[in-house]
Write a protein that binds this ligand. Structure first.
Ligand code: HEM
Length: 121
């Protein structure tokens, strides 16, 4: 089961690495790093959703997992929205950065609980 989430895990870690690198280089953002960070993030979402769909097919008690999936989805939306807004210098930068830093933590917690509940399926 765990190895099936290897690719989602690797792409997520790469997203974090390029995120911290992008942050470290600072504003104005390096276009290449920004696009790599954004595209790997998109790739991570796609491969994770593909794997989740495969596992969710066999699950009976979906309610709890669905709540966590909604939390995870909200985190992803928050990440894409705050990332885009930071790059466009829209709204409050400090608030967007805080959202962009907190959302990955909540996302990881939700995903770990989801995977623990899928285990053995
Ligand atoms: C799964 C999705 C994503 C994750 C987990 C993620 C994670 C991160 C992390 C950990 C940082 C470093 C923050 C820090 O310095 O503490 C970062 C920086 C950044 N990310 Fe993302 N990110 C994601 C998606 C995106 C997307 C889609 C965009 C653009 C549309 C984006 C734009 C940015 C920008 C502009 C920064 C630099 C912030 C700054 O320090 O000024 N991110 N990201």
């Amino acid at each position: 089961m765990l190895y099936k989430f290897l690719l989602p895990g690797i792409t997520f870690v790469l997203t974090l690495v390029f995120g911290f690198w992008l942050s470290h280089v600072g504003k104005p953002y390096n276009g290449l790093l920004f696009n790599i960070h954004k595209l790997i993030a998109l790739g991570a979402v796609v491969v994770t959703v593909i794997q989740l769909i495969k596992f969710l097919k066999g699950v009976d008690a979906l309610a709890f997992i669905i709540v966590l999936l909604v939390v995870a989805a909200l985190c992803v939306i928050a990440l894409f929205a705050s990332g885009a807004l930071m790059s466009m210098d829209k709204l409050d930068y400090a608030l967007m950065l805080t959202i962009h830093r907190v959302a990955p933590v909540v996302l990881v917690i939700a995903m770990v609980i989801i995977m623990l509940n899928l285990k053995g399926v």
